[in-house]
Design a protein around this ligand. Sequence first.
Ligand SMILES: *Cc1c(COP(=O)(O)O)cnc(C)c1O
Ligand SMILES: [Zn+2]
Length: 405
Amino acid sequence: MEFSYISHLECPKCHETYSENEINQLCKCGSPLLVRYRLHDVKANVQKEDIASRENSLWRYHEVLPVKDQANIVSLGEGMTPLVPLEKLGKKIDVPQLYLKDEGVIPTGTFKTRGASVGVSKAKEIGVKQLAMPTNGNAGSAWALYSAKADIKATIVMPKDAPKITRKEVAVAGAELYLVDGLISDAGKIVGGLIEKEGIYDASTLKEPYRIEGKKTMGYEIVEQLNWEVPDVILYPTGGGVGLIGIYKALLELKELGWISADKLPRLVAVQAEGCAPIVKAWQEGKRESEFWENSETAAFGINVPKAIGDFLVLEAIYETNGCGVAVSDEDLLQVQKEVAMTEGNFICPEGAATVAAAQMLRQQNWIKESDKVICLNTGQGIKYPDSVSLENIPLLQPNQPING
Ligand SMILES: *Cc1c(COP(=O)(O)O)cnc(C)c1O
Ligand SMILES: [Zn+2]
């Protein structure tokens, strides 16, 4: 039995193949590369029931993860986050089977940790000593911390408006941090220039093939946690779209493994903010690729991505599963963030709140049926976004002053 059944890297556009033992970034045609496994051999050697007794982290799926030598794994215990029923809120919005896949309780406080754990582990395995990446904050903090553990030098470039806490996480990890007076797309250009000059590993979204492998484990977990049944709908806050591409990839792999029945996949929903909704717009127009979104702006900064390099893969996942795209206003998502805290006791991130707001909208349009099992992805912890809640009129007491009703 092998630890990993990785076979090779494949371009989803031109089908060129590459070795998993060397450093590879994009395909020569410019497309991101996807990791392929010998799923037939996994199917012959592993039963889904074997997984249940394994360690409580995403590495429980190691046969379908890219790291060959267990010694290269860089882990802080990430994964197997809870799938929490939102009973009160579900009743209120008439989605009785509403669940929250809660990534808020993962190390570093966002699901970016999944991509960092698998991405950094594989980088270590193929001999990377230095990497660089643009980020809206959360990916940078996760990659900086995991790189520190792996003894890899990390250079992180983020917009100056990215949340302060993520900057501090990068700094405390000892990574090299740069702020840019612009958007993540501007940070990306700066990293591109650095990579060209210095020949270091480009860890930008989808420019290395392994981050998506970490994020796909959300799909494996949702299915395992539902006792190897698929839900009807999964709503995902979509920026670069890696999580959605990953969940779709997981579902296809699970089908091929025979671990889920083959006739039904969940409808995948890409949720974006009204102030940055290039994928929703492309879906509404029936297109296969998105266009750059000018002057993007949203409080859900993790999904402020004006043009995603993997947009065609996100759109394919939506079309192939009869899913859809939904844009939510900042006002609505911040309102729902409060509502989730007040009804369910969970302070979720604005991106996660967008998926709950979208579920409510889709139920009102009857796109989601009352009988549907619906999973909202909360991609991060609300406490990483202290500014998403404003405090007004909080009484200040003197030490001996009683509270008078
Ligand atoms: C990065 C991020 C997203 C978007 O993730 P993608 O997989 O790149 O679309 C959503 N929510 C949070 C909190 C994020 O940090
Ligand atoms: Zn190609």
